[in-house]
Design a binder for this molecule. Structure first.
Ligand SMILES: Nc1ncnc2c1ncn2[C@@H]1O[C@H](COP(=O)(O)OP(=O)(O)OP(=O)(O)O)[C@@H](O)[C@H]1O
Length: 253
């Protein structure tokens, strides 16, 4: 289980995330919603270790991660999509995934030597490419892929690392109409695995409604609502939080 307790960060005099205590169970997809500037991405950054908390703790399965940097948190089981620093633009799609598979298997990064010995790792990488619908682009360089395919590749690399927690911050942002369903399908697939905890920051309420088991609402850095999707969406606090912020969001809620 992932838990934040009293998680807080101040930027100068501004408290961007204010004493947020919340626990996220495996087998649950939690959507984090709230108006622009509510602190959603900052909360993600605090969990994944991109920024250091002013106060509070981040704990995964009883292990206190608060003092650790982002790479160490990834190793501990926190996987944040689209923040990967281990995507190699000049390598092919397959090579990128196979390096992640090898890293996870503890087989190191010497893929010329290890690859020929470890057929199982290659097969795993190929299976992941099938899952993320990139098998037909396995020999293309990562840099040559269109934006949507790069995002799929990043999800594939993340899957190869087998984190316990998957964090998606607006996974469909900037994607074409054709690409959106592929990413949403991937998230649906991940949801089938009861050992995975999924966190999703998403503005599109139809996506939130469909995918989430639970919604938490941040407003001015504070956790102001937490519960089952329909109840949270209908709650006065959410209606109020969205009012006047952005007509699109108001409509969506
Ligand atoms: N590094 C930073 N330095 C100073 N202020 C920051 C920093 N990062 C975020 N903030 C401020 O913290 C607040 C929360 O921002 P954050 O990006 O987390 O909101 P959000 O809910 O993700 O918004 P959006 O939906 O627009 O992405 C905002 O007022 C933002 O300006």
């Amino acid at each position: 289980m992932l838990e934040t307790s009293g998680l807080t960060v101040r930027f100068g005099g501004h408290v961007a995330v204010n004493a947020v205590s919340c626990a996220f169970r495996p087998g649950t997809l939690t959507a984090i919603v709230g108006p622009n500037g509510a602190g959603k991405t900052t909360y993600f950054n605090l969990i994944s270790g991109q920024i250091k908390a002013t106060a509070g703790r981040v704990v995964l399965n009883g292990q206190d991660l608060t003092a650790l940097g982002a790479p160490q948190r990834t190793r501990a089981g926190l996987g944040r999509a689209f923040q990967l620093t281990n995507l190699f633009p000049q390598l092919t799609v397959l090579e990128n995934v196979r390096l992640a598979v090898q890293a996870k298997a503890g087989a190191g990064l010497d893929f010329f030597r290890i690859w020929s010995d470890r057929r199982d790792l290659l097969q795993k990488a190929e299976a992941i490419l099938e899952t993320v619908a990139l098998a037909d682009k396995r020999d293309a360089s990562a840099a040559s892929l269109p934006h949507g395919d790069q995002r799929k590749l990043e999800v594939g690399i993340l899957m190869a690392l087998e984190p316990q927690v998957f964090m998606f911050d607006e996974p469909t942002a900037g994607m074409s109409v054709d690409e959106v369903p592929v990413i949403l399908n991937l998230i649906r697939q991940l949801k089938q695995d009861p050992s995975k905890t999924i966190l999703l920051v998403e503005h599109k309420m139809d996506v939130v409604r469909e995918l989430s088991d639970r919604i938490i609402v941040l407003h001015n850095g504070e956790l102001v609502a937490d519960g089952e999707p329909e109840a949270v969406i209908a709650s006065p606090v959410v209606q109020q939080a969205y009012l006047g912020v952005n007509p699109e969001e108001t409509e969506a809620v």
